[in-house]
Design a protein around this ligand. Sequence first.
Ligand SMILES: [Zn+2]
Length: 229
Amino acid sequence: MLIVLLGPPGAGKGTQGAILQERYNLLRISTGDLVREEIAKRSELGRSIQQIVESGKFPSDEIIINMVSQKLRSEAKGWIFDGVPRTRIQAEMLDILLTQINEKINAVIELKVDEKKLEDRISSRYACARCGHLYSKYVKPQREGLCDGCGSRNFIRRADDSVETLKTRLSVYHEKTEPLIEFYKKKGIFHEVDGMAEVEDVTRQIEEIINALQRNKGLERKSMISVDF
Ligand SMILES: [Zn+2]
């Protein structure tokens, strides 16, 4: 079973992906992480990706699908995809890739957001410096000043979390994602949930969709795709 979570940056896909990953025991492939790893390597590819990301844009479809393909082929079992597909072309490339390994996407779920609230959410976002767990003024650590994931006391703001970058990404998101949504609507696998609801409510809405799919066809493999950046 493969699920794609769609939504603009800050819609909570990372948070939901992490919860669902744990609940359904999945591996996670995050293109955001792949991109950050590549940048950290300071490879030639990493340096060119860094320039692209810092200008608020996304790496090309070829770069993204290549990184995902390498990862998919190196891991034998279920995954969460985190950050792909983001464009119609990526969706078509991903379909071909999945067909080659006898998989297909069962549901595409968009986290709908209010863009004003999203600006507020993203401008207050910060991450654990050690494990990368994300927080904001809406998603605080359970114990103040201590990371839920690893207990660290060090938090950082990510360089790509500015409101200006967000605005660029929102317009890119709409431009690129609307054809993608049409593509999946035609396949009859598109769903929407309210991404501005409380974290637990968003999870519950997603689980209802997954549970309905499980009732309908039974699950051979627990795999999950989500989108975040
Ligand atoms: Zn942590």
